[in-house]
Design a protein around this ligand. Sequence first.
Ligand code: S3P
Length: 199
Amino acid sequence: MMRNVILVGFMGAGKSTVGRLLARRLGRCFVETDAMITAREGRSIPEIFTDRGELYFRQLEAEALDALAEKHGHVIATGGGFPCGPGVMDRLLQLGTVVWLAADFDAAYARANRTGGRPMLAGRSAEDAAALYRTRQEIYRRAHLSIDTSHLTIDAVVGRIVRHLRDRERRPEAGGASPEAPAPADLAAGIGERREGDG
Ligand code: S3P
């Protein structure tokens, strides 16, 4: 069964942009948990937050997680808070190859504010947003593959992911347990890899 590729990371890290391009390049379906939720609710994410509050939104995310279990071979972009619910990251690590797009805070924050529609940033100071970012790093860092997107083009990020997937395919005997040795350029760009199955 073809494994999913699941993108995680803070708001503004580029999950949607990278995910769409990655899916196209791999010839896979692209889904976004936020889009699953807005389609189901018939209203936007900011509207859901305003009308029903964050807790309700997190319940919808939990339902979306159950729906993800039905997907195979998809590229899945998650909302920034999606992997942060109790036990969620454990399940994502089972559902596919989890890739953390790890933009630095300033880059992600600026981008998220520029594109807007982020209720988690509305009414939060930059300091509070940075604190949220730091807390979430601890969860995101459990991903199978992490890529610092701050100084990479979208194309380069997609290329790294494709290479990682191909490398895993080529070494099925390792059960995907052998990480590709990062090239020096990757290290400079802050790209790190960890073994799948490390949990
Ligand atoms: C959220 C991130 C958003 C969206 C919602 C909550 C968060 O997705 O799911 O506004 O808690 O970080 P993006 O990461 O695509 O902005």
